[in-house]
Write a protein that binds this ligand. Structure first.
Ligand code: NAD
Length: 369
């Protein structure tokens, strides 16, 4: 059995707790003979700032470049609210994404049958929901220059962020979406705002051309990002693969998250380009943040973190069978009544982070025998 080199970056707040849950599941995967791992653990975010004076040390970045895949918990928290902008915990995460050129962020929004009632929407609108949001992650307004706050002659201030996209950046993210759609239901919706933004005009043009030239068998729909938000809340199951830029992707994927019941349920993958050897850099992380309101209380839901591992098995290591088994174990644990506080209905006694991870590990062992 091949062994894979994983870099664990638990980070801040609930990060170390959900990463602890991940370790329980990694052990179970080894025990069942599905996969083996060599793991290293390092610091990112506020904890790295405390230890090294920067949110991502050069040595950690090198380890990230050398790893087969990275699993990250979450970064940030009120403790670091006052630090200089370039040293904020999130800068460590952005640097990892940018430096490793992880341009494709895959965010599935899946509603597990046992949790349909935990959604803010009616059961019939979300039951069976399975959307894949493909968000561009290394371009757009989060990285565009100029990005500054200047003081005007009258003493007031002016802030500028720049939304910028090139043909190549749009094309490579659209390819990821079309390729994924080919393995799913064959439908892509592309969201931008070509009615008011030049970057939206180019986005639509490039996606349309790529579709006509290489993906004519895929059904393509263009949708304005604001309408897309409305449609996600009105009739979410109309979407399959949804491709969009960095900013709209950030917002739309959080909206989709709430359709599934809790931010604590949602994994993500950030992928780079495939190299000559067929390998790609990749980082897997929950969509949620460091949840300072529940940190250190054994209340965090580890499913987003564990689901990120299933994406890692699937997209980095080609271990589809192991990924299916782990996905199935999550479904089984939920069907068996396992609930952390964020997804527990009224009158249900919630379990802690570690107990949920153990329930999933037990379900995995039962499945694999
Ligand atoms: P958050 O995702 O941390 O929390 C939002 C709400 O969801 C909170 O009520 C929290 O308790 C709940 N929640 C989140 N994850 C949960 C889980 N696994 N189980 C149960 N409940 C969960 O967002 P926020 O409060 O806006 O941000 C907190 C900090 O995290 C900030 O410093 C922010 O910058 C940072 N952040 C980091 C990332 C990241 O590391 N990728 C993403 C978003 C926010």
């Amino acid at each position: 059995m091949a062994s894979y080199n994983l870099l664990l970056l638990p980070g801040d707040g609930i990060g170390p707790e959900v990463a602890g849950g991940l370790t329980v599941v990694l052990d179970a995967l080894e025990e069942t003979g599905l996969a083996t791992f060599e793991t290293e653990t390092d610091l990112v975010g506020g904890c790295a700032l405390d230890a090294h004076g920067v949110p991502l040390a050069e040595a950690t970045l090198q380890r990230a470049r050398d790893a087969d895949a990275i699993l990250l918990g979450a970064v940030g928290g009120p403790k670091w609210a006052g630090v200089a902008y370039e040293n904020r915990p999130e800068a460590g995460l952005l640097r990892l994404r940018k430096d490793l050129d992880l341009f494709a962020n895959l965010r599935p929004a899946i509603c597990y049958p046992a949790l349909a009632d935990a959604s803010a929407l009616k059961r019939e609108l979300v039951e069976g929901l399975d959307i894949m949001i493909v968000r561009e992650l290394t371009g757009g307004v989060y990285f565009g220059e100029p990005k500054e706050i200047t003081t005007l002659p009258d003493g007031s201030k002016r802030a500028v962020d720049t939304q910028v996209y090139t043909t190549g950046e749009i094309e490579r993210i659209a390819r990821v979406a079309f390729d994924l759609a080919g393995k799913r239901s064959g439908r892509v919706a592309s969201a931008e705002k070509h009615n008011v933004m030049k970057s939206g005009v180019l986005w639509k043009e490039v996606v349309t051309k790529l579709h006509a030239e290489h993906y004519a068998d895929i059904q393509l729909e263009h949708i304005l990002a604001d309408n897309c938000a409305m449609q996600l809340a009105r009739r979410p199951k109309q979407f399959d693969v949804l491709v969009t830029d960095n900013l709209f992707g950030d917002v739309l994927s959080d909206l989709a998250a709430m359709l599934t019941g809790s931010l604590g349920m949602l994994p993500s993958a950030s992928l780079g380009a495939v190299d000559d050897k067929g390998l790609r850099r990749a980082m897997y992380e929950p969509c949620h943040g460091s949840a300072p309101d529940i940190a250190g209380q054994d209340k965090a839901n580890p499913i987003a973190m564990i689901g990120s591992l299933t994406m890692c098995l699937r997209y980095s290591f080609g271990l589809g069978e192991a990924a299916d088994a782990l996905d199935g174990a999550i479904t089984d644990a939920l069907a068996g009544g396992a609930r952390t506080a964020d997804i527990a209905g009224e009158g249900t006694n919630p379990m802690g982070t570690r107990a949920m991870a153990e329930a999933i590990a037990s379900a995995l062992k039962l499945r694999v025998g």
